[in-house]
Write a protein that binds this ligand. Structure first.
Ligand code: PLP
Length: 429
């Protein structure tokens, strides 16, 4: 079908093409639909992560206290809630502080490589599920994995997660980085022993390069951020874990206690997987909302039009360039969009400047520092405010930031502070 005609059907596209902020409520939310994944798939992923805990604990001593389980705290942020004027309780899911790679990618990305390692080791008769996986730190396994390659395309954080875990296991790993990727991420990856290739174009080009590298090499595993079921299920395992955290903190989720979860969205795998996990374990009273930059609203566009990965933000005149490097994606994942068609409550877009304002506010009110992409969720509760008998809880999913070098983080906070002061001055005039 003619794209222009398609676009003409959707009035919101006019606003989106002018980089204005929009909110899109999903008309198909809650409808029955076929889903390629089931609860057993998440259970399988969760069990695999448990089997690997002794390995993680040995290989990454920072995880020792948590017994080798890569998980983040759920923190209430009452000062931030007051500052934003949000009713109900406000929480931060601190994936920004996940061990090993400091972003949500430490869920899906690490899971996919662990599963790869397990599969290879089992094929060689060197590992059974009943074994102590702590032995994977030993020489024979390192030697085995060194005969295999891993390739991935990334705007930064996925590359970090894949690069760090792959190199640690002994794989030869190449990370193809898009123009949006920060220099410190490339430096860190090289330091960890990964090969980094840099590209002058966007995420799609970096992914295409990774795919091409793996295509003719049967010993090379390509981590396909746009289509990987393993990534998706690694993210989904968070649903089971969050249910436990909510129970432990006595946060109810039911008809009169709805839970709203705001997730920054790039290609859609991380927020999609988390949403699938939350819906599976918490049911109909958890509502997930995706946040995207006004310059790169690929999931909003893909879901609204029903075209999913067959439409790009460039098709409506946007450039896809944003300071939210983790969200700088022009075309959404068809896999994630397919599952989200009936599972995500809605999507909204947010201006880059606001990300820095939220970043600075969180640092000032709660002394928590997260990266710009991870701040997109703070705009969410403002769209959801409604007054009835319900006592709502809100979770902003902080998707990254703890590994950002201090100097760079200071510059982010400073940028947010200047923006705030400028706004305050304007108000006085
Ligand atoms: C990757 C990433 C996201 C979004 O994940 P997708 O799977 O690309 O949708 C959000 N925030 C940060 C910080 C990220 O690195």
């Amino acid at each position: 079908m003619d794209l222009e005609k398609q676009i003409a059907q959707w009035p919101l596209i006019g606003e989106m093409s002018e980089q204005r902020e929009v909110f899109w409520g999903n008309p198909r939310y809650g409808q029955e639909a076929e889903c390629p994944f089931h609860r057993e798939d998440i259970e399988d992923a969760a069990e695999r992560l448990d089997r690997f805990a002794p390995y993680i604990q040995k290989a990454f001593p920072e995880t020792e206290k948590m017994g080798g389980i890569i998980e983040s705290p759920l923190r209430e942020i009452p000062q931030m809630q007051k500052a934003l004027g949000i009713e109900g309780r406000l929480f931060l899911k601190c994936d920004s502080h996940l061990p090993i790679s400091g972003s949500v990618k430490a869920r899906g990305g690490i899971y996919e490589i662990l599963k790869l390692a397990e599969t290879i080791a089992m094929e060689h008769g060197m590992l059974k599920t009943s074994d102590d996986y702590g032995q994977l730190t030993r020489e024979p396994f390192q030697k085995l994995f060194s005969g295999y390659r891993v390739a991935v395309g990334s705007t930064g954080n996925l590359g970090l997660a894949i690069g760090i875990i792959s190199a640690k296991l002994g794989f030869q790993v190449t990370v193809h980085m898009s123009r949006d990727a920060r220099q410190w991420k490339k430096d860190l990856l090289r330091e960890k022993g990964a090969t980094v290739k840099e590209y002058s174009q966007d995420y799609q080009q970096a992914v295409a390069a990774g795919r091409a590298e793996a295509e003719n090499d049967p010993l090379c595993h390509f981590v396909d951020d746009e289509n990987s079921a393993d990534l998706f299920l690694g993210y989904a395992a968070s649903g089971k874990r969050l249910k436990k955290q909510l129970d432990a903190q006595e946060i109810k989720v039911d008809e009169t206690h709805p839970l709203f979860v705001y997730l920054p969205c790039g290609v859609g795998g991380a927020p999609g997987g988390v949403t699938f996990g939350l819906k599976t374990y918490l049911g109909p009273h958890v509502h997930c909302i995706f946040a995207e930059p006004v310059h790169a609203p690929c999931m909003t566009l893909g879901l609204m039009t029903g075209l999913k990965d067959r439409i790009r933000v460039q098709d409506i005149g946007l450039d896809g360039k944003t300071e939210a490097d983790g969200l700088a994606v022009g075309r959404c994942s068809s896999l994630a969009a397919g599952v989200m068609e009936t599972m995500v409550q809605g999507c909204y877009t947010v201006q880059d400047e606001k990300l820095f304002s939220y970043l600075e506010l969180l640092a000032r009110q709660e002394q928590i520092r997260i990266e710009p992409s991870a701040c997109a969720g703070f705009e969410g509760p403002l769209h959801m405010m409604y007054n009835d008998e319900c006592e709502a809880s809100h979770i902003v999913w902080a998707t990254g930031g703890s590994m950002v070098p201090g100097e760079e983080m200071n510059a982010y906070v400073e940028k947010g502070r200047i923006l705030r002061e400028t706004r305050e001055k304007e108000r006085e005039i």
